[in-house]
Ligand binder design. Structure first.
Ligand code: ADP
Length: 832
């Protein structure tokens, strides 16, 4: 057996012993001549014990059986016959079981928290009393020969009063003590016990039975149910005990007026029952009131807190249009008057007419509205502009509700307002932006792709009206199905809206790609669509936004451009191939021409030297012409060959340390050979000698030859041709070679063009000056091939000056050419 069970069994045994003792005592104190006891506290104790411990059905049954046994035993010991004792035992047990059963029916815990509970207690007590009355009456009548009614009523009263007086204590035992005893408790106890004892003491014969009641009422109103229950028991014990020994008003009445003992008993029980019902009902009502007050207080506190922490403005206006209550938010918007207390500025606004206080442009409108409160015609929702100090005009949306009194009259209007200024402004701004984007489609959807927003631009691009698609169409239906299917296959998804937002669902912030839209009329447009997720304040994805631009034209233009570029590239390739063929042809022809020409020149030289005998003047002159024209032709062929190599990027130079004066001297000689008939003043100034440069001597000679032959060609007889070569004063690393003439000059517009291949000035053509147009392009290629440059200064009829810069040879290098140096090596360059 567990400890609590054991404890209960011991308590039950003690209680049953108490039932026995009280039974014996009651039988003993039965009024003389009465077949039943005056009071049966044993019933009260048994019921009390069951209510206090409230055990399960099995233990209750065991206890009830115990009541049967101890009640029977008490009657037996009290001198009643065995049968009578057993029957009384059964009757007692039945009563206890019934009362307990009724109070705990349907699993209810016994309690005295409301008037309903009290009524239930009284009903159970009366039912129990009736049962014991009938059973005891029958026993008294049939077994003892007594009067049924007298015995029944006496038993019913004695038991009923005992249960009514004692059961509350059992119930109260389960209630937690909430207050500590004070002096008042002591005084009240003394008064109740003292008054009761005095009223029922032996020499007291005045009918003052009501006197203990005020004391009990005092307890009921101020000290709670436990005290009242305990005092009822004390009063009951005192009253019954003293009455049974002949004290107090009821016993005196019996002695004086010859009232039968059963009536005295009934009167005593009636007194106890009255005291119990009065005080218990008061105690219950007081407890209930206290609980209700506490609840109300916390309710008021709660609503106060709710009001003051609400972000909405809450204003309660009474039927006369006066502010009855408002919260802090409302007070802030209304602007508290200057004399308002700092901690509760709203207090200063209470009691003022709403029409005076509301910061609206038209107070008359407010006045009219407030007058409508009693009729209930104020609109349940309205919007108002409030001029709030420091915040400007605020747009308020109000929700209105009525408060009514018990008669259903509308007494107050509760206005709850939300400041929507910022939201409205933001919304208007966004709407304006959306509407302004007339060429850009902006489409919003929910998470499933149902369209929630379709701006003007979307209408233009897609041809659908917003009303036709918002809330209805799956966005993917606006797309070309083939396009969506292709993308779905790429992503390994089923075609549908998920394809469009796949990346976003995967965590990407945005995704931009081209899609094909199908317009309402069936035509297709290419759009560049940027998708992004719409998130709420907590960052949760709530939908998607697509911004699409019609790029059909742009894409078409891009494709067209690409085709054109491809074509051009193809043409260039073809031309380049053609050019290469031409260059190859020129190059091979030149090669082929060079050998026989060299032979022609060789024979001409032999003739001049007299290898075929002395020549006449005339013959010498003709052979000289053959030689000059042959050399010119050879020079032309050299230029063509060189040009081919330059064009093909195959110009090979063999730079080495060489003396520029040697180079100049041999160039001059070859030019002089060709232009010996010309009447030109010539001067050459190369210093210092040797003038070392880092270069390919053959290439440099070709360069100088070209410059000199041009100077000679484009300067009429009587003019001057000069050549100077010196280290550059401003740049010690370079040598400047300057070829100038006093000839026809070059207009500034042609300065750059003269270096282009095959360029010949119109003047050169008009005057039939021979040339190929390759000379200067070769000059530039050679100068640049040495890391130098060439520039021209000239003006028409003012002569021309060509300046070439060349790098100086490093001082440490071993000279390979020049006066006093070793014989020049055979170059392996292209120019030889
Ligand atoms: P070419 O001399 O064979 O015509 P170049 O390339 O050497 O070809 O020269 C190109 C053109 O530059 C010449 O046709 C001529 O018009 C102009 N030019 C070159 N040198 C001179 C110069 N010294 N004086 C005037 N014009 C010149």
């Amino acid at each position: 057996m567990t400890a609590p069970r054991l404890r209960w069994s011991v308590a039950a045994a003690v209680a049953l012993a108490g039932v026995f003792v009280l039974g014996v005592t009651s039988v003993h104190f039965a009024l003389p001549g009465s077949t039943v006891a005056l009071w049966w506290p044993a019933a009260g104790l048994a019921v009390s014990f069951l209510l206090a411990t409230n055990p399960g059905p099995r233990r209750s049954a065991v206890f009830v059986l115990g009541v049967l046994v101890s009640s029977a035993a008490a009657n037996l010991v009290g001198g009643r016959p065995a049968w009578v004792s057993i029957l009384y035992g059964v009757a007692n047990a039945a009563e206890v079981a019934l009362v307990h059963g009724l109070l705990t029916a349907r699993g209810r815990r016994p309690r005295l928290a409301s008037m309903d509970d009290l009524w239930r207690l009284i009903a159970a007590t009366v039912t129990g009393a009736a049962v014991i009355g009938v059973l005891a009456g029958l026993t008294a009548h049939y077994v003892l020969g007594g009067d049924f009614l007298d015995s029944a009523s006496a038993a019913a009263f004695s038991h009923g009063a005992a249960v009514l007086v004692m059961a509350p204590l059992g119930i109260a035992a389960g209630i937690r003590r909430t207050r500590r005893p004070e002096v008042e408790d002591l005084v009240q106890w003394v008064v109740v016990v003292g008054v009761t004892a005095w009223v029922f003491h032996l020499d007291q014969s005045l009918p003052l039975a009501f006197l203990p009641i005020p004391g009990l009422v005092w307890g009921a109103l101020r000290l709670g149910l436990r005290t009242v229950a305990a005092q009822l028991l004390v009063v009951g014990v005192v009253a019954v005990t003293m009455t049974s020994v002949g004290g107090g008003p009821f016993a005196t009445a019996a002695q004086v007026g010859g009232i039968p003992p059963e009536t005295v008993g009934a009167l005593t029980q009636a007194f106890l029952a009255t005291a119990a019902v009065t005080t218990l009902s008061l105690a219950v009502a007081t407890t209930q009131r206290r609980a209700a007050l506490a609840e109300l207080r916390s309710e008021v506190e709660l609503s106060g807190v709710v009001l003051d922490t609400a972000a909405s403005a809450i204003i309660v206006v009474d039927a006369s249009g006066t502010i009855a209550r408002l919260n802090a938010t409302a007070a802030r918007l209304l602007g508290a008057p200057e004399d308002a207390p700092e901690d509760a500025p709203e207090d200063a606004l209470v009691g003022r007419p709403a029409a005076e206080v509301f910061p609206v442009d038209d107070p008359q409108e407010v006045r009219t509205r407030m007058a409508e409160i009693a009729d209930g015609t104020v609109p349940l929702r309205n919007e108002q502009d409030w001029r709030v100090e420091g915040l400007g005009v605020r747009h308020m949306v109000w929700t209105n509700a009525y408060l009514t009194d018990d008669d259903g009259r509308r007494t107050h209007l509760v206005k709850t307002g939300v400041d929507v200024t910022d939201e409205r402004a933001a919304r208007t701004f966004v709407e304006a932006v959306l509407e302004a984007a007339t060429a850009t489609a902006i489409i919003g959807t929910d998470l499933d792709g149902v369209i929630t927003l379709f701006n003007r631009g979307a209408e233009t691009v897609l041809g659908w009206r917003a009303a036709e698609v918002v809330g209805i169409r799956d966005w993917s239906l606006l797309h070309d199905p083939a396009d969506v299917e292709r993308r779905a296959a790429e992503l390994g998804l089923d075609p549908g809206f998920g394809v469009l937002v796949h990346r976003l669902r995967g965590g990407a912030a945005t995704e931009t790609r081209d899609w094909t839209y199908v317009r309402k009329d069936g035509t297709r447009r290419t759009v560049s669509l940027t998708m992004s997720g719409i998130r709420d304040e907590s960052g949760r994805l709530t939908g998607y936004l697509g911004v699409a631009e019609d790029v059909t034209r742009r894409r078409q233009a891009e494709v067209a451009l690409q085709v054109a570029l491809d074509r051009e590239r193809q043409a260039v390739e073809e031309l380049t191939a053609l050019d290469r063929t031409k260059s190859d042809f020129v190059s091979s022809v030149s090669h082929e021409l060079r050998t026989p020409l060299a032979s022609v020149l060789g024979y001409a030289e032999m003739l001049e030297d007299g290898a075929a005998g002395d020549l006449t003047e005339r013959q010498l002159e003709l052979v000289g012409r053959v030689d000059r024209n042959g050399r010119r032709l050879l020079s032309l062929i050299e230029d063509l060959l060189l040009n081919s190599r330059i064009e093909a990027g195959r110009l090979r130079l063999e730079p080495r340390r060489c003396d520029l004066s040697d180079v100049v001297a041999s160039a001059w000689t070859s030019v002089a050979t060709v232009t010996s008939q010309r009447e030109l003043a010539r001067d050459i100034d190369v210093s210092p000698r040797p003038l070392w440069v880092e270069g390919d001597p053959a290439a440099l000679e070709r360069m100088v030859t070209n410059l000199l032959s041009n100077a000679v060609k484009f300067t009429p007889d009587g003019g001057r041709v000069s050549l100077a070569a010196h280290p550059d004063d401003r740049d010690p690393g370079t040598v400047r070679l300057v070829v100038s003439d006093s000839g026809m000059g070059i207009p500034p517009a042609d300065h750059e063009r003269v270096f282009a291949r095959f360029f010949r000035s119109s003047a050169a053509n008009e005057r039939a000056i021979q040339g190929s147009g390759l000379g200067l392009s070769i000059v530039r290629a050679i100068a640049e091939g040495h890391g130098g440059s060439v520039a021209v200064e000239s003006a028409p009829d003012a002569g021309s000056t060509f300046t070439v810069t060349l790098p100086v040879a490093p001082a440490t290098a071993v000279p390979v050419s020049g006066s006093g140096g070793p014989a020049p090596e055979r170059g392996v360059s292209d120019i030889s």
